[in-house]
Design a protein around this ligand. Structure first.
Ligand SMILES: NC(=O)c1ccc[n+]([C@@H]2O[C@H](COP(=O)([O-])OP(=O)(O)OC[C@H]3O[C@@H](n4cnc5c(N)ncnc54)[C@H](OP(=O)(O)O)[C@@H]3O)[C@@H](O)[C@H]2O)c1
Length: 378
């Protein structure tokens, strides 16, 4: 093993952490950190044949965190929820001289760490399915056009939320870095003119879904960078999850959205979302979808292209994107400083690595428009 880089993986026993473990097994020296040794040992045994070391560490204990990061070439933070851990792990990695990768964090984390001195090191945040692959996929289509004028995206699926994933999702509804009911026109946010009134059926999907317009800060950045108009829809194939979110946003479930970015999400709301997602997935196969459609000119003529990615698990897909970011920082492919994954990872390399790690992941490129309205009810 001498000469292999050491990767510290906090939260390796979680849903995303297990995906990172499986993707990186055999290519780096793994150090798995968690508060619960038994859970971490089980994850290491099941995902990486037990090859690696275990550290018992609570990410809220600064000294333990510093010991964990010491000697790592890169640290991946899959402990969550990131809305509560904030920048603690990133700054410990920086102090230890390690690169940093986070599947979550998004703008609140980026804003906290971007002004530190990252000379000689890089950090990649938002390195997951959404955000992450959601912002990279449109770039896969760019090379197929002379010019693009519009990008439309759809994301969502049916899968049980993890505890950290549920809390971060609910926090993101009120953290000021996403806008429900909006679209992007000429670089600015505008009320979405055409919300989907009916269920839509996405390519590769087994289930019709309710589509709600939503612009994330990642999508707004992308539209500005490409100078295109943009529409994004979060899709919800599960009635229980849709109903829960409606009640949560109306303040009728778990106290509703927190009033400030730093206020925590009510535990009852987190449990409510996990329960609703579990009801939706009962008796059905979990799936997560990302679908992008682009329109523009191709060989001088109006054209449309789309790409769809379906995975059996959003957590595994997220772990795969985070693992791609780890390999990229270790290969020296990422400039010093703090980056969002969608701004810096090479999309074709990410897709080919994900296809290799998760053979059940389907990728479909097409000349057809992405979405048909489904006649059946949800
Ligand atoms: N970008 C994306 O598309 C995307 C998608 C899914 C998730 N994510 C992000 O990825 C991260 C991990 O999500 P996940 O689905 O793997 O979560 P999870 O299954 O709930 O796992 C969380 C992990 O964090 C550890 N942990 C440490 N401190 C904790 C605390 N105070 N409370 C709860 N757990 C704690 C847990 O292990 P111990 O209890 O042993 O310490 C566990 O291994 C989150 O930040 C989430 O937002 C991003």
């Amino acid at each position: 093993m001498a000469g292999e880089p050491t990767v510290g993986l906090l939260g390796g026993s979680g849903a995303v952490g297990r995906g990172v473990l499986r993707a990186l097994a055999g290519t780096v020296r793994l150090r798995v950190g968690g508060r619960d040794r038994k859970r971490a040992e089980r994850a290491l045994a099941e995902e990486a044949d037990g090859h690696g070391e275990i550290h018992v560490v609570d990410p809220q204990d600064g000294d333990a965190l510093a010991r964990f990061c010491d000697g790592c070439d890169a640290v991946v933070n899959c402990a969550g929820p990131s809305c509560r851990l904030l920048d603690a792990v990133a700054l410990a990695a920086l102090t230890a001289g390690a690169h940093y990768v986070d599947p979550g964090g998004d703008d609140p984390l980026h804003r906290r760490i971007v002004h530190h001195d990252w000379r000689g090191r890089s950090a990649v945040v938002s390195a997951g399915m959404l955000p992450g692959l959601s912002g990279l996929l449109p770039l896969d289509l760019v090379g197929e056009f002379d010019s693009i004028d519009r990008v439309t995206g759809y994301a969502g699926g049916i899968e049980r939320f993890s505890p950290a994933g549920a809390e971060d999702f609910l926090a993101s509804l009120s953290n000021g870095f996403g806008w429900g009911g909006m679209c992007v026109r000429a670089g600015d946010l505008r009320p979405s003119p055409a919300p989907h009134p009916d269920p839509v059926r996405l390519p590769l999907s087994r289930t019709p879904a309710e589509a709600r317009p939503y612009v994330s800060s990642e999508f707004l950045r992308l539209c500005r960078r490409l100078a295109v108009d943009g529409d994004w829809y979060n899709v919800f194939p599960g009635r229980h999850t849709v109903d829960f979110l409606r009640r949560f946003q109306a303040g009728q479930a778990g106290g509703g959205p927190p009033e400030t970015v730093d206020a925590g999400v009510d535990a009852a709301a987190v449990a409510g979302l996990i329960g609703a997602s579990a009801l939706d997935v009962a008796g059905r196969s979990p799936e997560q979808l990302l679908v992008i459609e682009a329109t523009g000119l191709r060989s001088g003529r109006p054209a449309v292209r789309s790409i769809a990615v379906r995975a059996g698990s959003g957590a595994a897909l997220t772990g795969g994107v985070a693992a791609c970011a780890v390999l990229a920082v270790l290969e020296g492919a990422i400039p010093d400083g703090v980056h969002h994954a969608a701004d810096i990872l090479p999309v074709r390399t990410v897709l080919s690595r994900i296809g290799m790690w998760w053979p059940d992941c389907r990728i479909l490129r097409s000349d057809a428009a992405a979405v048909a309205v489904d006649e059946g009810a949800l």
